[in-house]
Design a protein around this ligand. Structure first.
Ligand code: XMP
Length: 324
């Protein structure tokens, strides 16, 4: 039966065989899947793996710096890229979820293509980047296929479905037969930082699909602050590791409140925490009332622009984990 040690051994050997002296380029997200895939590739081909980490301005608070540091500590050959203004510019005025996903996916490919060209330029003459590494796992593939029925696409996962023709890179996806828990076991075998392995899944489009409606820098800031308080409290209370995925959603409504003698008319955030095995189905988590009360107070008292916090008590199906 399946063991992570055997998987690592065979996969590294297969990757060596498949890739030889070829160079591989790969975009990392800071999540479990792309990190474990990169470490596997790194074991197989070392410095011939060129990693890129893009700050699209839709990451969580301080995430860019923290993730980049941990990648450097792992010895990965990684380059950070600031592209926040490009993403905000392209997204301005767009509210429809699939449109936002397409814009984010498109901008991502532009940034990535640019970075790939630079990596290429730095290689000795005659050498070529031939492969694109991806952290695709098995559920990504089935979700993408199963939703392409007669009822059309439910959500487009931008990390599945290949690349625009101009990129002419072959794709290498060492984790595409694995489920999330297996990926975590492989990561543990490879000695990946437990902080990265224990991270909740986070969608590629990031906070871009957790801000319902159009995206502005101010909304991103408010959501980052609120989410930081939520996640920190989950960690401090021991709930983070008992939850499969948690996040904060910025709602496209304002609500009336009072502060001192003043009437306020400000934003609302929803907190989401779900239990799941693979993201295909999910149940909402019954967080303790006193923990929810503490989080709500902290958010409302510390995050300027929010005067109301609600908790999402919907399961998937018929709801989804994300709101967009
Ligand atoms: P849903 O909302 O469909 O989410 O129940 C299932 C899992 O997929 C993640 N998700 C995405 N991941 N690009 C991604 O890379 C996306 O566009 C996307 N949409 C949802 C979601 O966070 C959850 O883990």
């Amino acid at each position: 039966d399946w063991t992570s040690t055997a998987f690592v051994e065979t996969t590294v050997a297969e990757l060596k065989e498949q890739l030889g002296d070829d160079h591989v380029i790969m975009a990392l997200s800071g999540g479990v899947d792309s990190t474990v895939a990169a470490v596997l590739l790194h074991h197989a081909i070392g410095k011939n793996l060129h990693c890129i980490f893009v700050d699209h301005g839709l990451l969580r608070k301080n995430e860019y710096e923290q993730v980049l540091d941990s990648y450097k500590n792992m010895g990965l050959n990684i380059k950070g890229i600031h592209a926040k203004d490009l993403f905000y510019g392209k997204l301005a005025g767009f509210s429809e979820p699939e449109q936002k996903r397409k814009i984010i996916g498109g901008a991502f490919i532009d940034v990535f293509d640019e970075a790939a060209k630079e990596v290429q330029k730095e290689l000795p003459a005659g050498l070529e980047v031939k492969w694109l590494g991806q952290g695709t796992i098995y559920p990504d593939i089935i979700e993408s296929i199963s939703v392409k029925g007669p009822s059309a696409t439910i959500k487009s996962h931008h990390n599945v479905g290949g690349l625009p023709d101009f990129m002419k890179l072959k794709v290498v996806e060492p984790l595409k037969t694995l489920f999330k828990d297996e990926v975590r076991r492989v990561g543990k075998t490879l000695g990946v930082d437990p902080n990265i392995l224990g991270r909740h899944p986070f969608p590629g489009p990031g906070l871009g699909i957790r801000i319902l409606g159009d995206i502005t820098e101010e909304k991103v800031r408010i959501l980052q602050e609120a989410d930081d308080i939520y996640i920190r409290n989950l960690k401090e209370s021991g709930w983070y590791d008992k939850v499969w995925q948690a996040g904060t959603i910025f709602l496209p409504v304002q609500s009336v409140g009072v502060m001192g003698d003043e009437r306020t008319y400000e934003h609302v955030v929803a907190l989401r925490a779900v239990g799941s095995l693979d993201g295909m189905t999910a149940d909402w988590i019954h967080l303790p009332y006193d923990l929810l009360a503490k989080i709500s107070n902290e958010i409302i008292n510390h995050v300027k622009g929010i005067n109301r916090v609600v908790y999402d008590i919907s399961s998937k199906p018929p709801a989804t984990i994300e709101w967009e």
